[in-house]
Design a protein around this ligand. Structure first.
Ligand code: SF4
Length: 904
């Protein structure tokens, strides 16, 4: 793996060859570039932004440009280099800084031009040269103009403040401009009337439809990835058939009306926050961003219902998401919306099509600022400048609203978020910015998070622990994935994060083992749902913001309480309790499967679970993980202290073993270990107040739950009993046992069932444990030999079939899977997928059909006889392989002292 510095050295190393023959190589550079442009144009897309090596070659040429290429070369430098702390930006900023200082020259770029262009680079490597230019009489005004519109200045604020205090007039102007929020007021307000052409997608669009998992490899290349948007044909959408007749042709046709397009759907963005889905929509329906190649912002997204986390991702990208009735809007209609009045009318007849209310008036400021994240950062800068200048708070921004009254009691989630905000609790509906203690990033969103971090000019994480995994791409990587495997670990560790390695296993099975009780975090995977503490998963933009700043904007959601009572009955597994939640909600009319007018009590709310306090943390994660399928904003599970202490004791050993195995960043791992040990020394857990109020309470009496529950093809909300006549005896072709919903106990249970089966399986059985530690333990206990004998296909630990971007089941296969979700086409094209427990899945693999409840119970009794052996979890403190290495690690005294101080 190359460090950032090494790669920059490599990039520069290519420059001398160019320098030797600038005129001759100029032609070569442009010839090669034009070839690339033509290749991409043949695919219907714009060229990639320039990388560091190309930028290095370009800046060499600009110093002595060939007469007929100068204009084009300059345009490339201006428009085709990513801003922020991208490596190419480093080269560009370095060159422009040298020109501004007079250390380098170009006949095409004056010193003033150089300062102006530095001002278009948003933040990062361009800031120091701009601050330096404030001292140069010729350049100071241009630098002041640029800095006034720049919000990603971080600690350079103090440099400008110091200069202002010393009497530098340009620096004083910058401070005043920041205080007056000119970065904001200089941008246009949201128009009173917006006209657009409807791009209508009926029914439910989930984020897999917008950004399909098998195309995850192309997500960082926004124009290329956008070609996969709505690739499967559906009602009114042609899919990817051919260029002339597919979805893209429909988009081109709609654009001929001469207005921007708006994405309009019944239910939009179900499934995840997936920034790549937003990127694809905005690539076709957003606005160009000046000086930022291959990215668009703004845009309008309308849905009768927009999934809350997708809504947030749209907000972060500067789009205007609005919920309204879309029944009178059809493909290619031209519509006028009046956002402040809350009305949509036909552009041709003036007929009122729908009335609406925007979620919050602040959204108008967010759109004006270019997104929720720029607004938060900019507001912070303005407030800092006003404090420095002794000015009262600004009134430029719309008010966040009065805090709701303090409730009589807080729920567990409200207390956890309160603690992260330094308060006893946070009321539902209240805006807050909780501290992000733990942030996770996985590999199909990781490269986008990296790009967002570069855009945020982040050179070090403020979140206490940021972890990167490679679980989605390790098994069958494409060349682009291999490149990510080589480059992303250093990018994360150089900023103080922890990087896993390809083949280690699933993000959550690792990240959960790094958590601190009652703390808050986030992650770029929608299943980042902590079993202890709480996580609010988010799109890669917000995840990057949380990692970089250590906080996250949050409108505290309401909570729905699910309360389990009674005792688990024979044959019932944790997975059945997971499915009992949608089952019970449907019976009470709080959840519907029908998409039109869909009801979902959990959507955008926090799912809080009580009544299963004895669960191990691994088991609790099955419940919290599946809160993603409920479209919940987050999940808490009330647990006893004993399982949490057991988990942390084990996890301390795992983290020390990681250090011994050479994982980094060591300091971050040490810090987390020290904080865990402090908690173990004085364990303390929050509980919901008795007077806490919930939006709804759903009670599930386990005494009445006597047979397994499956979620039927292809909707995780379609929960039915095994005996349901509509599914009884269904033929099964393939079975998948794996995903973050599984732990080692499931693989032992399946292994024991397979062991008692003699002969060849009539199905294709896929087995993929969540981590390499699970795989090693199962191998040591002889389970891999059982899987092999039964004819099962064992896969590398990781997401495997669950993500659908690696190996896939056969087209139109009938499948039982232990994975998280069964969205159409996720596991295989046209596949019908039942979600079920590992125990039921193993039996279905043996029988080639769904068993009857009696057959299931009979098989279950055999494994229940040895339940204590089957359902043992990986307690690393009890395993010599890990413990022996862990004992070699000593924490640094400063880290231990800091943890003690924090706990005090
Ligand atoms: S196993 Fe599936 S749900 Fe879990 S992290 Fe991987 S892809 Fe996501």
């Amino acid at each position: 793996m190359l460090s950032r510095a090494s790669r920059l050295v490599q990039a520069r190393a290519s420059a001398p060859a160019v320098r030797l023959g600038a005129v001759r190589m100029a032609s070569t550079f442009m010839t090669n570039y034009k070839k690339e442009v033509a290749e991409r144009a043949a695919m219907g897309i714009v060229p990639k932004p320039l990388d560091a090596a190309k930028t290095a070659a370009l800046v060499e040429l600009l110093q002595k440009p060939p007469a007929d290429e100068g204009k084009e070369l300059l345009e490339l430098l201006k428009m085709r280099v990513p801003p922020g702390v991208d490596e190419a930006a480093y080269v560009k900023a370095g060159f422009l800084a040298a020109v501004a200082k007079g250390d380098a020259t170009s006949p095409l770029i004056s010193q003033k031009d150089a300062v102006f262009l530095l001002g278009t680079m948003q933040g990062g490597y361009n800031i120091q040269p701009l601050v330096d230019a404030l001292d140069k009489p010729d350049l100071a005004e241009i630098a002041a103009d640029a800095l006034s519109k720049t919000i990603l200045v971080f600690d350079s604020f103090h440099d400008v403040q110091d200069k202002a205090k010393k009497g530098n007039a340009a620096a004083k102007r910058v401070m005043k401009s920041w205080a007056d929020a000119e970065w904001f007021t200089s941008r246009p307000e949201v128009a009173k009337k917006i006209t657009f052409t409807v791009f209508k997608v009926t029914g439910e669009t989930n984020t897999d439809d917008l950004s399909p998992a098998p195309d995850a490899w192309s997500r960082p290349d926004i124009p290329l990835h956008a070609l996969a948007m709505l690739k499967h044909p559906r009602d009114g959408i042609k899919g990817v058939t051919d260029k002339e007749n597919g979805t893209k042709a429909q988009i081109d046709e709609a654009m001929k009306k001469g207005f921007p397009l708006a994405y309009v759907g019944d239910v939009v963005g179900t499934g995840s926050s997936r920034k790549s889905a937003t990127n694809s929509v905005l690539w076709y329906m957003g606005d160009d961003l000046p000086y930022v190649p291959n990215k668009r912002g703004g845009g309008i997204c309308i849905g009768s219902k927009i999934a809350p986390i997708f809504f947030n991702t749209m907000q972060d990208a500067g789009a205007l998401p609005i919920e309204m009735d879309v029944s009178k809007m059809h493909m290619n209609d031209v519509v006028d919306i009046y956002p402040y009045e809350g009305v949509a009318k036909s552009h041709t007849t003036g007929e009122v099509l729908a009335k609406f209310e925007v979620k919050t008036q602040v959204i108008f400021d967010e759109v004006r600022a270019g997104g929720r994240i720029p607004l938060i950062i900019g507001r912070g800068l303005t407030s800092r400048a006003r404090t420095a200048l002794d000015l009262p708070a600004t009134t430029v921004f719309r008010s966040l609203g009065d805090a709701p009254p303090t409730p009589a009691g807080y729920t567990l989630a409200q207390k956890m978020v309160g603690k992260a905000c330094g308060r006893p609790g946070v009321s539902p509906g209240e805006y807050c910015e909780p501290l992000m203690t733990t942030v996770g990033s996985q590999d199909t969103t990781g490269p986008m998070t990296r790009d967002e971090l570069k855009d945020l000019a982040c050179l070090g994480f403020s979140a206490d622990l940021v972890m990167q995994s490679f679980c989605h791409t390790a098994a069958y990587p494409k060349p682009v994935d291999v490149k990510t495997h080589h480059t992303l670990p250093d990018f994360i560790m150089n900023r103080g994060g922890v990087s896993l390695r390809p083949g280690d296993g699933i993000i959550h099975s690792w990240l959960n083992r790094m958590l601190l009780p009652d703390t808050v975090g986030t992650g770029g995977d929608s299943h980042t749902r902590f079993p202890i503490g709480i996580s609010f998963p988010a799109g890669s933009g917000l995840v990057a913001f949380a990692a970089a700043t250590g906080t996250m904007p949050l409108d505290m959601p309401e909570s729905v309480l699910v309360k389990f009572t009674g005792t688990m009955q024979p044959g019932i597994t944790l997975r059945d309790l997971v499915h009992a939640i949608p089952y019970a909600a449907r019976q009470r009319g709080l959840l519907t499967v029908e998409k039109k007018g869909k009801i979902n009590v959990f959507s955008g709310r926090i799912l809080e679970i009580e009544g299963l306090e004895h669960l191990k943390c691994e088991q609790a994660f099955e419940l919290s993980d599946a809160s993603a399928e409920r479209s919940a904003a987050g999940c808490t599970i009330s647990l006893d202290q004993a399982p949490i202490s057991e988990y942390l004791t084990s996890n301390v050993v795992m983290l020390k073993w990681m250090i011994a195995e050479g994982y980094g960043d060591r300091r971050t791992l040490e810090r987390r270990i020290a904080n865990m040990e402090e908690w173990l020394a004085k364990p303390k857990l929050m509980k919901a107040d008795k007077a806490a109020k919930y939006y709804e309470t759903i009670e599930i009496n386990m005494d009445q739950l006597k047979e397994p529950i499956l979620c039927c093809p292809n909707d995780p909300d379609d929960a039915r009993l095994l005996s349901d006549p509509t599914i009884a005896g269904s033929k099964i072709d393939e079975v998948f046992i794996g995903s973050c919903m599984t732990n080692i106990g499931h693989f032992r249970a399946a292994g024991k069932m397979l062991d008692s089966f003699k002969g060849q399986l009539p199905t294709r059985l896929w087995v993929s444990p969540p981590t390499k530690m699970d795989a090693a333990q199962l191998t040591a206990e002889g389970y891999y030999s059982i899987y092999g004998k039964a004819g099962a296909r064992t896969e590398m630990p990781g997401c495997s079939l669950c993500m659908g971007n690696q190996a896939r089941v056969a087209d139109k296969a009938k499948v039982v899977s232990t994975s998280t979700r069964n969205f159409p086409n996720r596991l295989g094209n046209g596949a019908d997928v039942f979600l079920a427990s590992a125990e039921l899945a193993a039996l279905a693999a043996i029988k080639g059909k769904l068993p009857t409840p009696d057959e299931y119970l009979e098989a279950w009794k055999k494994i229940d006889a040895s339940a204590a052996d089957t359902y043992r979890y990986l307690n690393f403190d009890q395993l010599a392989t890990y413990n022996d290495k862990a004992t070699t690690i000593t924490l640094s005294p400063e880290v231990v002292a800091a943890a003690k101080k924090l706990a005090a």
